[in-house]
Design a binder for this molecule. Structure first.
Ligand code: ATP
Length: 326
């Protein structure tokens, strides 16, 4: 169990190296433990308010209670100079969706099922420990390496401990992957993660996003109706077993939605190595790949545009601050 050190400077033990990625809360850097030369990733969150600190402390606490091959493991943690440092194992394969659009990656239903199986196994493990992730989206599924098929779930910034006797509601997450109960501000629970897995699976198999609209409001409206369809060209190549798997997850009523335990027993995930199914499972999904490429590029653009907007906002703020202080 990792506890947060409050009286040590992390720079005494670690060298912080170039940035690996950035999210809305923290920045993740490559780093090296001085004593062992071990390469790690460190997420640094600068906190100004108590709430920001509490959120990151919860993320660290949750991560340190998890131990699963498909979940990022925590190594060390510090609270130093108004910053929280969370040292984690380093994942070098990049985002799952970036990997599957690689020229050399052969995208088949079998490969998709292999990824989804690992995601469901990790989620089942979390749920058995009464932890819900609440931010399952493609960016939070990384590949361990550029070659193999092993994945790691990251970013427990929204994760919560779940008590079935207490009602929990949240108003965050990414609209495209959020469940109807999140959008309606109704009770959330393990079932909320299962919806998001359904959306990830739909996108992975088709390159299309089932509920995305022109803006977040339209997306949330689409999610709240929970209406989607398989009537698009990429789905012509997809087996009915895979569609059935998605259909059992994208159900508006949370109690009717497939649980992680049952998802692991679903034919689509159990028959991964079945030879009789291989005809379907081994078709190269070329149309899906083309659509996925577009999907990934569009998301990259959106992320870049959002950070430009953020920087502009910061500039405006600092300009007005300068004017005010003149
Ligand atoms: P969000 O805004 O999505 O909540 P965040 O601020 O909580 O993001 P993370 O999603 O945890 O931050 O990390 C930001 C980025 O850093 C990730 O998208 C990923 O590219 C990279 N990253 C995070 N953890 C690791 C890791 N262990 N190894 C390598 N890269 C990582």
């Amino acid at each position: 169990n990792v506890t947060i050190k409050t009286d040590e400077n992390p720079a005494d033990k670690y060298n912080i190296l170039p940035e690996l990625g950035r999210g809305s809360f923290g920045t993740v850097f490559l780093c090296k433990e001085k004593a062992s030369d071990l390469e790690l990733a460190v997420k640094i969150v600068t906190y100004k308010k108590k709430k920001e600190k509490t959120m990151m402390e919860l993320e660290i606490d949750i991560l340190s209670s998890l131990n699963h091959p498909a979940i990022i493991s925590i190594y060390d943690a510090f609270d130093y100079g108004n910053k929280l440092y969370c040292f984690m194992e380093l994942v070098q394969g990049g985002e799952l969706f970036e990997r599957v659009i690689d020229e050399d990656f052969v995208l088949t239903e079998r490969a998709c099922a292999c990824f989804i199986r690992q995601i469901v196994e990790a989620i089942d493990y979390m749920h058995s420990k009464r932890i819900i992730h609440l931010d399952m989206k493609p960016e939070n599924v990384l590949c361990l390496s550029k070659q193999g098929n092993r994945i790691k779930i990251i970013d427990f910034g929204f994760a919560r401990r779940y008590d079935p006797h207490k009602q929990l509601q949240v108003m965050f997450g990414t609209a495209e992957f959020s469940a109807p109960e999140v959008v309606a501000f109704e009770e959330i629970g393990p079932w909320t993660d299962m919806w998001s897995i359904g959306v990830i699976c739909y996108v992975l198999l088709s390159g299309l996003s089932p509920f995305v609209g022109a803006d977040d409001f339209e997306t949330m409206t689409n999610v709240s109706f929970a209406k989607y369809s398989f009537d698009y060209a990429p789905f012509e190549e997809i087996s009915s077993t895979a569609k059935d798997f998605i259909e059992k997850l994208l159900i508006k009523e949370p109690t009717k939605r497939m649980k992680a335990k049952n998802a692991l027993k679903h034919e689509w995930l159990t028959q991964l190595d079945c030879i009789s199914e291989s005809s379907h499972k081994d078709i190269t999904l070329s149309l899906t790949k083309t659509k996925l490429k577009r999907y990934v590029i569009l998301r990259r653009w959106r992320k870049a545009a959002l950070s430009v907007m953020f920087i502009n906002k910061l500039n405006k703020l600092s300009n007005s601050h300068l004017l005010n202080s003149c």
